[in-house]
Each structure stands twice: as structure tokens, then as C-alpha cells.
Design a protein around this ligand. Structure first.
Ligand code: SER
Length: 599
């Protein structure tokens, strides 16, 4: 079964169980400062897990593109990926454990679905601790479905609890499903979760019934929810009897393109296989990030920085296997060709993807040659002082600042009779890794789990700002990103040049006039087409006929949006623009605040 067939079968199956099929969200989170990328299917749906009604109902299913780069340095093994797809079914206060687990089991094992033998399934459940009890209910459901106790593992919170992306938010115990890949156990401690490649995790059913609070407590949510996530790549690998995700058809065209450009075979040696996987994974992620509805470009900040790292890391490994300048072109095109049916945004942005990759690769080449000059300078000084060992700190600086692979430094050092302190390098590298992990998991206050008065008001102010920008600058202004914390809003929009002082003053005045008029904010549910026909601004191309929420602010603005919003603009306070600056080529960024309303 191909991944395309898997996606269709999954959505068809849950459609037949009364689920509305909704489209996935952008990879770039909207109105959410807690994460850089959409890291799981639940992420864009947080408000509905917390009780906000979803316009499409209480039972939904979707597929979601996700990016996780916390483990980027592990990519290259058999299963780590920075981009992956998740299939999910959702209950917002509707069905719970019984139905969720029984349907997972049916979809995995039924002959008319995936047809895995139940004998090959192992599951894990939450063992319980002082915050929440052992998940006896899931254990007994699995048993009733015929999974013997010997293949039900009760594990601690690190393994079987899905926590919020930010510090606070919906969470709960989960039950994970593993398919036995058929290898022998690597030892007596081998169990689901072991990395030897015997147990492949394919699905995770999360029972979200708690909210993690600011002070670290778990309080019960008003509604009990189900969030499930099935990994497309891993499940496809198991269905196709492959030992790694890189052997599925999802990567075949890209691997072929690498083989024919490099003249090497992936299976030549473990190092070659690793380099192939890194290049294939990073090229796919980069193509999806560049081809996203929100169109991020490489930069030194936030998402743009992650993208830059992916491209440069791919370029480094590409050198190892002898790929030449311009190698991204056929790889990116293979990704677009393979995914265009399900992700038309890739096809629409194909030329941009290819061009940005080529530009970034060229910039990286320049940085590398500057690094070479630096390295030669350092070596010259060392020779003058009779030193023969380059410090790990310097090797790391060359790596970090110039993208200079330590293997290159070593090779050039060898030619000059200079060794590298590898241990010192590894230490500096580990330290950097911890810091960047903290960076990528950094949780700001605010985000989708936050429906505080402050963020709600800023949401509404963002709509007023969007409309005012279009009035002052023209209808070419389109939202390119929005990010709201408790303290401020940040809004990215397309506009070719810096705004003048006068334009900024006009926009500010228009927003404040709309606030002074105390305009009512109302919401109605409509299909995407109806909303558009009604003149609403819509960010994304939703699925045909999809139900969406339309927020109307007096006669001033109408936008498709998930909310929540203030009830009346009179609640907002005084709007003030703090800064207007470039965000990337053709995109401007405004930061603004609301002074507390006068009472
Ligand atoms: N949130 C869970 C996960 O990402 C299930 O969707 O694994």
C-alpha cells in the first residue's frame, strides 16, 4: 500500500465513523508564539481541545504536515525525520477511550484496512503517578480486543503522556501502538520505545482530559477529548515491509536523484547511507517550509534560521557524497512531484522553492570559502608558535560561524601537520546543542492555549490592523504571519517597501477610530466559499465546502479566523505601533500593543 492509498483509506475510514474531514494547517503556527513550527496535529487545534466549538463539529479527521527539529543532529539514522505527516482523528468532548482504541485496532488489523496481524502489535499505556492514575481503562480495552497482557506495557510519564507544546495547555495519558518489524529483540530490556528497530511506533491515541496550569498542576478539562496521530512514513514502511522510512516510495525518487547526481549508491557504506538520508530528509523539509502557504525564506531568525540550518546541513552532507553545485534542483522537484496531489501549495511554489534553495546553497559556498581563509590564518599563527593541536573551541567556531564541518577542518589540518582536539569540539557541540534545544522548545506566554483577556483583545486588534493596512496601502496587502503574546501583537504582511511615518500614523488612527466607535464583533459559521463570496478575507485555501468561522467587526472588517475575539472593539484600549521593519523580501513586520482601556 502506498502512502497516498494510506491517507485516503484513513480519511475514508474515519469519515464512515461520522468524522468531518478538515484540511490541515500551515506549517507556520498562526497567532502562536510558543513554537516555531506546527509540531503535531493537535497544535493548531488547541482552542477546540480547551472547549471552543469547532465549526465542523465534534468528530474530525485530518492530515497534518509537521516539522520537528529538536533532534536534527540525529537525522541520518533509520527513523528520525525533521518533516513528517500525521493522520489524526479527533473527538472534542464526544467519544473517548473505548471508541478511539477500538477504531485504532480495527483500522490497523482489519483485512479491509491495513491488515496487520494482531500478533505483531504491542501497545504501551500510562503507568500512573501522583498527578494522574494508571490507565486501567485502556488496559482493559486492549485486553478485550485480544492483545495479551505480555504485549501491554505500562510506562511512566516520559513515555505515555502527551504534554502541551507550550508550558500550559491540554494534555493527558496516551496509548501508543507498535508494529513488530520482525527483527530479533536486541536484549532482555528490548521493549516498545527501544531504538534498535524492532518496534516501530505507528500510532498514538492521546486522551486529553487535563489542562496543565501555570503552576504545573493538572486540572480536569471541561470536556474529554481524543487526539490521535498516525505517522504516515513509519506506517508506510511497515506496510511495505521496509526496515527504514527511507526505503518507502515517499523517498524513492529523491534517493534516485541523489544516486544519479552523485554516481554513488546509498548502500555503499554506512557513512554514505547516513549522508543520503540527511540530504533526502532535509531537502524534503526545506521544500515543504519554502512551499508552505506562509512562504518562509532562509534568514538568521526564527523559522528562517531553522530553514537555513536544514539547507546548510544538507549541503555539507551533499559534499561528502560528491554532489555538485545546484544539486537541490532535482531533489526539490522530486519532492514537489511526489506530493503535489495532496499538497498543491508545493506545486504552486515550485520555482520559488528551487530558486531559494539554489540561492542559499550559493551563500553557503561563500561562507565556506571565508571559513577557509580563517582556518588558514589560524593555522599560520599556530605554526609560528610551534603549536600542533587546534583547540575544540576554534574548531567549533569554524563549524558554527562558517558552517565548516569538523571533518573538513580535520582533513585540512592533517595536510598541515595539525591535529584537532575532537573531545573539546564534541564538548562545545553538546553545549550548543542543549542551548539550541532549549531555544526550539522555548515557551512564551500566550499562544493558542491562552484565551486570556489580553491575547483575545490583541487578536481583535490584529483584524483591525489588517483591514487598516489594506485601506492605507492597498489591497495587495496580504497576511503573511501573525504571532500574539500576552504583551504584544506581531503581524507580517506583503508590501514592497518600508512604510512612511505618515502611513503608519494613518493606520494607527484608523485602528483607534474603529476602537472608539465601539464596534460589535460577531461570529457566524459558513463554508469557505460562502465566506469568500461574502467578502471575507481568508488566509488559507481551505477544502471545498469546509465549514469555517467568520468574524465580523461592525462594517469595518470580515475575516475567516479561529478566534477567540473580544465582543466589542470598545474593550480594546489604545492601539500603538511600536515598530515597522522588514521581515523578509517583500514582507514587512509590525509590532504593536494595546494600552489598557481607560475605565
Ligand atoms: N499529539 C500526539 C502526537 O503528536 C497524537 O496526535 O503524537
Amino acid at each position: 500500500m502506498t502512502a497516498n492509498e494510506l491517507r485516503e483509506m484513513y480519511l475514508g475510514f474515519f469519515g464512515s465513523k461520522g468524522h468531518a474531514i478538515i484540511s490541515g494547517a500551515s506549517l507556520i503556527p498562526q497567532n502562536d508564539p510558543t513554537v516555531l513550527f506546527t509540531t503535531a496535529g493537535m497544535h493548531p487545534l488547541v482552542p477546540y481541545l480547551l472547549g471552543e466549538p469547532h465549526p465542523a463539529g465534534k468528530r474530525l479527521a485530518n492530515r497534518q504536515k509537521c516539522v520537528r527539529t529538536g533532534d536534527i543532529d540525529d537525522v541520518g539514522d533509520v527513523s528520525h525525520l525533521t518533516f513528517f505527516e500525521m493522520l489524526g482523528n479527533w473527538s472534542f468532548g464526544d467519544y473517548f477511550k473505548q471508541e478511539a482504541i477500538a477504531w485504532s485496532f480495527e483500522f490497523l488489523t482489519s483485512k479491509s484496512c491495513l491488515g496487520f496481524s494482531p500478533d505483531k502489535l504491542s501497545v504501551t499505556v500510562f503507568r500512573g503517578n501522583e498527578s494522574a492514575p494508571r490507565d486501567e481503562e485502556s488496559i482493559s480495552i486492549w485486553k478485550s480486543l485480544g492483545i495479551p497482557e505480555s504485549r501491554i506495557y505500562a510506562l511512566p510519564m516520559e513515555d505515555n503522556w502527551w504534554g502541551p507544546a507550550g508550558k500550559t495547555g491540554p494534555c493527558g495519558p496516551d496509548t501508543e501502538m507498535f508494529v513488530d518489524a520482525g527483527k530479533a529483540a536486541c536484549g532482555p530490556a528490548c521493549r516498545p520505545g527501544c531504538r534498535c528497530g524492532k518496534y516501530f511506533e505507528v500510532w498514538n491515541d492521546v486522551f486529553m482530559q487535563y489542562n496543565k496550569t501555570e503552576d504545573g498542576r493538572y486540572e480536569r478539562l471541561r470536556q474529554r477529548n481524543v487526539d490521535t496521530g498516525m505517522g504516515v512514513e513509519r506506517t508506510a514502511a511497515m506496510l511495505q515491509g521496509k526496515a527504514t522510512v527511507f526505503e518507502t516510495e515517499l523517498f524513492a525518487a529523491t534517493i534516485d536523484a541523489i544516486e544519479s547526481s552523485s554516481g554513488k549508491r546509498m548502500t555503499e557504506s554506512p557513512e554514505t547511507a547516513r549522508a543520503f538520508r540527511v540530504v533526502a530528509d532535509h531537502a524534503r523539509s526545506a521544500a515543504f517550509i519554502l512551499g508552505d502557504e506562509q512562504g518562509i525564506s532562509p534568514s538568521n531568525l526564527g523559522q528562517g534560521y531553522v530553514l537555513r540550518r536544514l539547507v546548510r546541513r544538507a549541503a555539507r552532507f551533499a559534499k561528502q557524497i560528491g554532489l555538485k553545485d545546484g544539486f537541490f534542483d532535482p531533489l526539490a522537484r522530486s519532492v514537489v512531484a511526489g506530493y503535489r496531489r495532496f499538497y498543491p501549495e508545493l506545486a504552486a511554489n515550485e520555482e520559488r522553492i528551487v530558486k531559494e534553495l539554489a540561492d542559499e546553497e550559493a551563500k553557503f559556498e561563500k561562507t565556506l570559502s571565508r571559513g577557509l581563509v580563517e582556518l588558514e590564518k589560524v593555522m599560520g599563527q599556530m605554526k609560528a608558535h610551534g603549536q600542533t593541536s587546534l583547540s575544540g573551541r576554534v574548531a567549533f567556531r569554524l563549524y558554527d560561524t562558517y558552517g565548516f564541518p569538523v571533518e573538513f577542518t580535520e582533513e585540512i589540518g592533517r595536510e598541515n601537520g595539525i591535529g584537532i582536539d575532537r573531545e573539546g569540539f564534541e564538548k562545545a557541540f553538546q553545549k550548543h546543542r542543549e542551548v539550541s534545544k532549549q531555544g526550539s522548545d522555548k515557551a512564551f506566554k500566550g499562544g493558542l492555549a491562552d484565551a486570556s483577556v489580553e491575547t483575545t483583545r490583541l487578536h481583535t486588534a490584529t483584524h483591525l490592523l489588517h483591514r487598516s493596512l489594506r485601506m492605507v496601502l492597498g489591497e495587495h496587502v496580504a497576511q503573511k504571519g501573525s504571532n500574539i503574546t500576552v504583551e504584544r501583537l506581531r503581524f507580517d504582511f506583503s508590501h514592497p517597501q518600508k512604510m512612511t511615518e505618515e502611513e503608519l500614523r494613518k493606520v494607527e488612527a484608523l485602528v483607534n477610530e474603529a476602537i472608539a466607535k465601539k464596534l460589535p464583533v460577531s461570529m457566524n459559521v459558513a463554508t469557505m466559499e460562502e465566506a469568500k463570496a461574502d467578502g471575507a478575507t481568508a488566509l488559507f485555501t481551505g477544502k471545498y465546502g469546509e465549514q469555517v468561522k467568520v468574524y465580523t467587526i461592525g462594517d469595518f472588517s470580515k475575516e475567516v479566523c479561529g478566534g477567540p475575539h473580544a465582543r466589542n472593539t470598545g474593550e480594546l484600549g489604545r492601539f500603538k505601533i511600536l515598530k515597522e521593519e522588514a521581515s523578509s523580501a517583500g514582507v514587512r513586520r509590525i509590532r504593536a500593543v494595546l494600552a489598557p482601556p481607560q475605565v
